[in-house]
Design a protein. Structure first.
Length: 269
């Protein structure tokens, strides 16, 4: 267990930190001089990442294995940090799960799993850690949503809906907390080279036909998200094509967005 952190060094709490965008974001914050609290279900992966970050960046890192889909997990995590007197200056809500396929082919449990983690777990983390930030008039939040939050996505219906919730909540809080000293940013990446996307490709051969130029680099996505968070930007959409798609979806009639999404989504089934 690392020793107590210097009082002037900020601490970032990163959920879903054991791989993918969460792992890359952890490197970004550590490189910028943040101590870290790493949260994910995999204890072994967290401990390995913690050791790597401490060795590489000379920061303090605490690995706290936790399943945020379990009711009460966020409160338990917040209580542990409070007892250790570890203030969280930056909250990164990255933990999430994706199931791809036709809505009717998925089990009720698959739908509920996405809702429990992507919506309920994220909201619980905000409810635990944002009020202390507001009380101290200082803090940053980065919620990882998706480009899918901007339009309906057949074959990813429940997942896209959960990310639309994340985006809406983030934008609302960004305005609600304006002037409080606390900023809220939503990172909305497109398809990114992560283990979660690889698993989706393995489950559906159609996804393996996605051109490489449409797949974002995880480190670049994380870097842009980190920079947006530190600037306090409300929304960050990495990638020129993703930004163009986002702007098009917001300026196009809803019925046409649905039709286009339907054509693309059915081809992925």
């Amino acid at each position: 267990m690392p020793k107590a952190a210097p009082p002037d060094r900020p601490t970032a709490l990163v959920t879903g930190a054991s791989s993918g965008i969460g792992e890359a974001l952890s490197h970004c914050f550590a490189a910028a001089g943040h101590d870290l609290v790493l949260v994910a279900r995999s204890a072994d992966k967290l401990q390995a990442l913690a050791a790597e970050l401490m060795q590489t960046y000379a920061v303090q890192v605490w690995a706290l294995p936790c399943d945020l889909a379990v009711p009460g997990a966020a409160a338990t995590l917040a209580g542990r940090l409070k007892r250790k007197r570890r203030r969280v200056d930056v909250l990164v809500n990255n933990a999430g799960v994706l199931s791809q396929g036709a809505f009717v082919s998925m089990t009720p449990g698959q739908h509920q799993q996405m809702i429990d983690l992507n919506i309920t777990g994220l909201t619980a983390m905000l409810a635990q850690f944002v009020p202390p930030m507001v009380a101290q008039r200082s803090g940053r939040v980065l919620n990882v949503a998706s480009i899918g939050a901007f339009q309906p996505v057949p074959s990813l219906a429940t997942y896209a809906a959960t990310k639309a919730y994340v985006l809406s909540l983030s934008e609302s809080l960004a305005e609600e907390l304006r002037g409080s000293g606390v900023t809220v940013s939503a990172l909305c990446p497109g398809i990114t080279a992560t283990n979660m996307v690889s698993a989706a490709k393995d489950a559906n051969a159609q996804l393996g036909q996605i051109p490489d130029f449409l797949i974002g680099d995880v480190n670049d996505v994380a870097r842009q998200g980190f920079e947006a968070c530190m600037r306090g930007d409300a929304i960050c959409v990495p990638g020129v094509l993703n930004r163009a798609a986002m702007l098009a979806s917001r300026g196009t009639p809803k019925w046409l967005v649905r039709r286009i999404g339907g054509l693309l989504g059915r081809k992925a089934l």
